[in-house]
Design a protein around this ligand. Structure first.
Ligand SMILES: Nc1nc2c(ncn2[C@@H]2O[C@H](COP(=O)(O)OP(=O)(O)OP(=O)(O)O)[C@@H](O)[C@H]2O)c(=O)[nH]1
Ligand SMILES: [Mg+2]
Ligand SMILES: [Zn+2]
Length: 356
């Protein structure tokens, strides 16, 4: 039998499958379209009739346990809640319907069976993308104020390319970035430190040198975190959990022992839970990442949002200047004058190349 005929024979004859609508796979590849679609469905759903006896209170998803069950904060209490049947029908999406940080309406009428009846539109999302063709989106958190880009000066050695990518993501999603360089106690050459990182401060970013061992820089970090919702992100072993434990000893998050952190590919933090600070606001500790993939859609925006380029890009002769071969390019001029370190410009080119 030819291969093609065999396939035909194997096709399922189940009549129930005939009317099943499968989501258009191409639309999964386009993030903007998808979020618009989601927002539209959410808006539609808002007009659906609720159960008449529903008693709705505002809440926030602190943890996504499965596609259908969550930890929700509402009226200053924590509740286990499930997705309402009405919303379940929309959750075919690969990424799930609800994300950590989502604002919801919680039906408390049938307590202790709490139901998430409505997911409100998101202000922003911090997402990761797979690097396959479809660049599957994984939402790390929604509706957050700031991302704490946590690097360590050594162990593991600082990767400024990663900081650049994070800063682009933050700019695109309008999330306030805070660059934290931890393990500053391991730094022996302050001049090298400043030479590597001073550019970020000069470009207007919040840049902190911290040590969870000596406490250096920690009061300043605490001040920036107070009353805001922050996501800690960065490579594994940079000290995200250690910083959080220093600030909020009661949490007692798991921290890698030095020997464990030397084993490659181990991640100490695995769960994503939005936790309240005792000094106001929330925190999300995330597992370490190796790289930050951006969605290819944003390629054209990178020349405008790459760290330090924003004020220059408006001065380039071409509005869509890619700062690579064009005449009258303010970025190339600044590079020539030594105002942009060559390392940053090379990092920019690498990022652009990776999105092409
Ligand atoms: N010398 C020094 N060591 C630190 C500092 N902060 C954390 N460490 C150590 O670095 C190791 C990793 O710390 P973690 O807090 O587990 O790092 P993490 O970023 O949460 O790692 P993942 O959860 O795997 O992403 C631990 O052995 C900490 O004791 C610091 O400021 N200085
Ligand atoms: Mg951790
Ligand atoms: Zn230019």
């Amino acid at each position: 039998m030819r291969q093609r005929d065999r396939k035909r024979q194997l096709r399922p004859a189940d009549p129930r499958l005939k009317n099943v609508k499968v989501p258009d796979l191409d639309s999964l590849d386009d993030r903007r379209e998808r979020s618009e679609y989601k927002a539209m469905r959410t808006a539609e759903k808002q007009h659906d009739k609720y159960k008449t006896d529903a008693e709705l209170v505002p809440g926030r998803i602190l943890e996504v346990r499965t596609n259908y069950s969550f930890l929700v904060e509402a009226e200053n209490e924590l509740h286990e809640a499930t997705l309402s049947g009405r919303l379940k029908q929309f959750s075919y999406s690969t990424t799930g319907l609800a994300a950590v940080g989502d604002h919801v309406e919680l039906d408390i009428s049938d307590a202790p069976n709490f139901r998430v009846e409505n997911i409100l539109p998101r202000r922003n999302t911090l997402s990761r993308y797979g690097d396959g063709r479809f660049q599957k989106e994984i939402i790390v958190a929604a509706n957050i104020d700031q991302v704490v880009i946590t690097s360590s000066w050594r162990e593991p050695r600082i990767k400024t390319g990663l900081i650049d990518r994070y800063l682009c993501v933050a700019a695109l999603e309008e999330i306030q970035p805070i660059i934290v360089i931890n393990k500053i106690d391991l730094c022996e050459d302050a001049a090298e430190l400043e030479q590597t990182l001073g550019y970020y401060r000069e470009s207007g970013f919040e840049l902190l040198y911290t040590s969870a061992t000596s406490g250096e820089g920690m009061p300043e970090l605490k001040r920036l975190l107070t009353d805001r919702d922050s996501v800690f992100s960065g490579q594994s072993g940079t000290g995200k959990s250690s910083l959080i434990n220093w600030l909020e000893p009661g949490l007692d998050l798991r921290v890698a022992s030095v020997s464990r952190h030397n084993e490659k590919g181990r991640h100490t933090t695995t769960q994503a839970i939005l936790l309240p600070w005792s000094f106001g606001g929330h925190l999300l500790d995330t597992p370490g990442i190796k790289t930050v993939n951006l969605h290819r859609d944003v390629l054209e925006q990178i020349p405008k949002v790459f760290p330090g380029f924003a004020p220059l890009a408006t001065q380039c002769f071409f509005r869509d200047c890619s700062h690579s071969h064009e005449e009258d390019c303010a970025v190339l001029d600044a590079l020539e004058q030594g105002k942009i370190p060559i390392e940053r410009y090379e990092s920019y080119l690498r990022l652009m190349e990776s999105l092409e």
